[in-house]
Every structure is written in structure tokens, then in C-alpha cells.
Design a protein around this ligand. Structure first.
Ligand code: FES
Length: 333
């Protein structure tokens, strides 16, 4: 899904910060080279974590028409790899390095109708699309899902802006989303845009495939950090290269191998493009596939994985324990 793009770095100044939901902070930036921003675009932010430079991607929630101000909203994850902690520490007047807007998740204008689905912080990628479709007078439906009201950024604003085109599904209030019903009710020629946790997107993909809807009408953006299991530390080995390294619960296999000097291929780093796939040679435990690149059938034999997001866990909860630490033996292209 990653579009090719030319990356231009620039300085930006933090203009304002505010908390917009539990663990979610809105950060308004003034880029030094403003440009108009389209729905679905994000910026990459360069952060320094424990002396090492990292790049993190954040969707632009909204922006001034001329791009002089743009707002990000950052969820501080319990297993933060440092990026969200850094972002939450920003204060007005501080400078940081960001890219010009990058587009991996374009909204196609002119579809007969749209369904937009946001899970949790996924609203950051979807809110701008909904705002544009409203301005264009398009036929759309905006569905926002979360575990609790407190975790939903911009909930009241979205409800007010989109009226009866908007619906919220909140687990804690006994109104969970019925994914099959949502997909089942979408018009056959609707375009469906979603951003949220991998479980939600997997469920939508399954329902979409079952209904035999046009695959290209289902478009998504991933977080790349939400899996089926809690992240655990483990060891990764590449016998051919004589490499053995520790993968902490707050980093990816890709990051751990790069840290050890292994020359790895990657692009999206979000489980979408498949460029970082590795061959699994041996594993005591199971793979927590967190990508949207492979189909369910491709994931099933557990012979390959996208190492920018997918991890391994010791065993299914409640099953016989496998030896710890879990060891993943792979080969790389
Ligand atoms: S780098 Fe794109 S799937 Fe891993």
C-alpha cells in the first residue's frame, strides 16, 4: 500500500499541546515550509531515544488550508518504544524535525458512497477524510469504535460535525461493533477506508472477502503495533550470518536486527508492503502476525513473517509452556 514518495525533512515549531482523550495528546505544529495537506497524509518525526535516532509516523488530523499549522494526535502506548513518550513531552516553542506530508492512504474522490471506520487512535487518519467528504456533499458513513468513551479523541466534535452520518460503538457501554453487519450493509460499490487495530481490520477483511466485494475498494492504514498477544521479549537468530540478538518487548525484530548491523530491507515499517519479510526456519512458540500484507492462508503455515511488526510469543495462553526465552530462527533475503 505504500506509495512512492520523496522525503523532504524540515524544522517545525510546536505551537500548542492539549490532551484530547485518555493518553492522547494533540500537538499543533508550525512547519517551516508549509504546504496544503490532503486527507490520509502523515508526517514522519525524527526522535532521539536513548541516544539513537528513530523515525515515527503520525497522521495529520487536520491542518490550516495553507498548511501553516497542522495537528497530530499521539497515543501514549503502555509499551511505548519511546516515540510517544517523546511526543507527549513536547512543549510550545520546542523545535523538532518532521517531513513534509507523505501520502500512503489516499482518499479517492468520486466513489458512489463511502464507509469510513476508525478504531481508537485510528481516527487520526480518518477524521480528515470524513471532513472532506462532508464538504463535498458525498454519501458517506463514519463509524468510530473504541473500548471506552474516555479513549475517544474528538468524539463530541465528530458527532456534531457529521450528525446522522456518524455512529460510535463503545465496548464499555455495551454497544460493540458488529463487523459482519457493517460490511453486510455497505453498498456493493462503496469504498471502505479503515484505520485501527489489526484485529478489527482482520475482521473487516474476512467479512469483505466472504461477501466477495471488490478487494480494491477496501483500503486501510495500519498502526503496526497492535497484535493478538501482549508483546514479549525473545531471541532472534540468523545462523547463516552468525547473528543472535535480543528483541525487547518495546522494539521490533527489524529494529533489533538493524541495531546489530544486519542489512535489512524495509519500506513502510507498518506491515503493509511485505518488503521486510523473513523466512522462519525454526520456532518454539507461535508467530503473532501483525501485518496486513499476508492473507490468512499465507499466515497459516507460519513459515514467513513481516519482521517490522510481527513478533513471536511463547505459547497460546493456557497451553503447555514452551521454554523461555522464546527463540526465533530465521533467514533473511
Ligand atoms: S517494511 Fe513494509 S511490511 Fe515491513
Amino acid at each position: 500500500m505504500a506509495d512512492s514518495h520523496h522525503i523532504l525533512w524540515q524544522q517545525a515549531v510546536v505551537d500548542a499541546v492539549s490532551d484530547v482523550a485518555e493518553n492522547i495528546r494533540r500537538i499543533v505544529l508550525r512547519p517551516e515550509r508549509p504546504c496544503a495537506i490532503r486527507p490520509g497524509e502523515h508526517v514522519d518525526v525524527r526522535t532521539t531515544i536513548e541516544g539513537e535516532q528513530h523515525v515515527r509516523s503520525y497522521s495529520v488530523v487536520n491542518a490550516a488550508d495553507d498548511g501553516t499549522h497542522l495537528a497530530l494526535s499521539v497515543f501514549r502506548t503502555p509499551t511505548s518504544r519511546g516515540g510517544s513518550v517523546f511526543m507527549h513531552s513536547l512543549q510550545p516553542g520546542q523545535r523538532l524535525e518532521i517531513t513534509q506530508p507523505l501520502q500512503n492512504f489516499p482518499l479517492r474522490i468520486g466513489a458512489p458512497s463511502y464507509v469510513l471506520l476508525a478504531g481508537g487512535i485510528g481516527i487520526t487518519a480518518i477524521a480528515g477524510m470524513a471532513a472532506l467528504l462532508r464538504r463535498l456533499g458525498a454519501d458517506y458513513r463514519l463509524v468510530y469504535v473504541a473500548r471506552s468513551r474516555d479513549a475517544m479523541a474528538y468524539l463530541d466534535d465528530l458527532a456534531a460535525m457529521h450528525g446522522d452520518r456518524f455512529e460510535a460503538h463503545i465496548d464499555a457501554e455495551g454497544v460493540p461493533l458488529d463487523v459482519r453487519a457493517l460490511v453486510g450493509s455497505a453498498p456493493e460499490d462503496a469504498e471502505f477506508y479503515m484505520c485501527g487495530p489489526i484485529r478489527l481490520m482482520d475482521a473487516v477483511r474476512r467479512a469483505w472477502t466472504e461477501r466477495e466485494l471488490e478487494p480494491t475498494n477496501l483500503r486501510y492504514e495500519t498502526f503496526g503495533n497492535s497484535g493478538w498477544y501482549e508483546a514479549e521479549p525473545f531471541t532472534v537468530r540468523i545462523p547463516r550470518l552468525g547473528v543472535e540478538t535480543h528483541v525487547g518487548s518495546d522494539e521490533s525484530v527489524l529494529e533489533a536486527l538493524e541495531r546489530d548491523g544486519v542489512d535489512m530491507m524495509s519500506d513502510c515499517r507498518k506491515g503493509e508492503c511485505g518488503l521486510c519479510q523473513v523466512k522462519v526456519l525454526e520456532l518454539a512458540g507461535r508467530i503473532d502476525h501483525r501485518d496486513v500484507f499476508y492473507s490468512d492462508r499465507q499466515k497459516e503455515p507460519n513459515t514467513k513473517m513481516c519482521c517490522c511488526v510481527s513478533r513471536v510469543v511463547a505459547a497460546e495462553p493456557g497451553t503447555v509452556l514452551t521454554p523461555r526465552p522464546t527463540i526465533l530462527t530465521i533467514d533473511v533475503p
